[in-house]
Structure formats: C-alpha cells, structure tokens
Design a protein around this ligand. Sequence first.
Ligand code: GDP
Ligand code: CA
Length: 327
Amino acid sequence: MRIVVLAGGIGGARFLRGLKRAAPDADITVIGNTGDDIHLFGLKVCPDLDTVMYTLGGGINEEQGWGRTDETFHLKEELAAYGVGPEWFGLGDRDFATHIVRTQMITAGFPLSAVTEALCDRWKPGVRLIPMTDDRVETHVAVTLPDSGADAGPGERKAVHFQEYWVRLRASVPAEAVVPVGAEQAKPAPGVLEAIAEADVILFPPSNPVVSIGTILAVPGIREAIADAGVPVVGLSPIVGDAPVRGMADKVLAAVGVESTAAAVAEHYGSGLLDGWLVDTVDADSVTRVKAAGILCRAVPLMMTDLDATAQMAREALTLAEEVREA
Ligand code: GDP
Ligand code: CA
C-alpha cells in the first residue's frame, strides 16, 4: 500500500510514528511543510522537515516535541555573548550541525529535496520525506503590534515571519492574515506530484490546517493533484473539544475565518478535497455536521498519548479510507 501524508511538525511527526506501527509494510511518502523555514545566523533552518526526520529517526527531544535529544546550547550562548541573536529561537549545538550541512549543500547548488534526502541517509526515518517545494516559501503573519509608548496611538501594523509570530510573540496578538509568501510562484518538488498520483490513500494528520497543511496545499498543483487523485483522502482533526490539542492553531484559523472546531476544519478543507474525517470522541456531536458537508466522518479517540494510541488512530484512518473506497 502506498500512503502519502502531508505533514507539518509535531502533529504530523507523531502521527507518522503511529502510522508506521499500524502499517509496517506500507510505502509512506511524506510531503513536508517548508513555509516555516527561516534563515538564522546565515543558516537555512527547516523546522518541520527536521521534526519529522528527528522524530522518526529517534533523535527528537520527546518532551519538547522538537529539537534534538541530549542537547546543549553552548553555541547559542557564545553568539549571545557577541550580542548576536535572535535569542528567542532555540537552536542547540547538535541541531546546528543539521543546519550547517543543509546550508553547505544548498550553497553548493543542491535543491532542498536532494539535501533532505541526504540528511535522511543518516536518520533513516523509514518514510520518504520530500519538501513540498524546492523554491523559497515563507509564511508571514499580518499583525498589529500594540504601541507600548506613553503616547499610545494606534498600534503598528506589520507582517512578521511565522516563526516570529509563533515563537517570539507566542501568538499573543491576533493574526490578521496569514500569507505563504512565494507559494504562488513555487513548484512542487520533484516526486511530490508523482507520489500523489501513485498513492492508494492520502492522509492529513492532525497538523495545523492553516500554516502546515494549508501551506502545502498553497503550492500550485498540489491541491489539484490530491483532489484529482481518485483515491480516498482522509484527515484527523487537530482540534479536540473546540481547542487545539497543543499550540495556537485557533489564532491562525481565526485569520482565515474558520472557527476552532473539528467540524469547521473539515468544512474548510471541503468535500472537494476531503473524503473522510476523524473527530475525537468528545466531538461526537459534530459527526452529523461533517457528514452533511459530504464528508464521511467517525468519532474515535484522537489523543496521541503514546505509540499504541497513535497507531490505533492511524488504523482508524485507514479503515475510514476503506469505507470511502467502498462507498
Ligand atoms: P507544528 O508544525 O509543530 O505546529 O506541528 P503540526 O502542524 O504538524 O501539528 C500541530 C497540531 O497538532 C496542533 O494544531 C495540535 O492541535 C495538533 N496536535 C498535537 N498533538 C495532538 C494530539 O495528540 N491529538 C490531536 N488530535 N492533535 C494534536
Ligand atoms: Ca510548523
């Protein structure tokens, strides 16, 4: 069975670990979000690709969900001693090596997809990990920063890099718009459209619908290829009990006019894209609404508390895909 999964960082990576357990013989291709990528200290950092790679390769900091296990921060401290920031982005010493290798290869002319493959030669994630595009896409968030001065006038409206919104500001101000800058001109990376065309099933893990999966779908050709693939497309809700399980997805959902409920996210994807949707048992009430939108729906436990629970979620998704096929 060939499975294609569109993935962000933590939600995508943890789900993939369960999927590998649930379908050990499957050929899994992961299309990773690169809208979160950022250049720091002259290095190209790809947080979502690395979270998938480290999680599946056994190098992730389990408690944190991102970054390396057994990490130290000497390099960051030395940079700070020179007054060189940003101090708000946590890059550890081990993690730095990944970004140095990546940047070196990109400078030498390799596309990001080839670089990612090379990095995965070390980590052996057990899936084929492809960035959504080799082109530069950067998600920006329009915000109005509160004016802190005594003569407080209207705040300053500006666009900040997604990482600045998420990590530095902790999504503390409303996201007025979310723009995947460069997406319109981007082309799917080699292998992306081929994997979609050859897939038996396509899964949307409980990743952020706006800044993870939404960004991947914004690369021209990807959304269309999925809609036209003619195979079941099944998603799992990242929203449980009307709130994100972790993180601040509600802030970016509000920016695109979508309420933070499992049903609203399904409607946002729409029946043109999605054939099946899993909601958590606490949201069982929303099954009728999702079905009314033309999407097959079931309520099952959706908390990735451990590998067994996550594998069970993956099994439920594959079972729903079978029902879609038979319907
Ligand atoms: P990021 O790039 O690291 O933010 O990760 P993703 O976009 O892949 O996933 C983030 C989403 O995962 C958040 O919106 C969370 O609500 C969701 N999430 C995290 N843990 C769980 C879980 O155990 N169950 C469900 N259903 N969603 C989860
Ligand atoms: Ca991310």
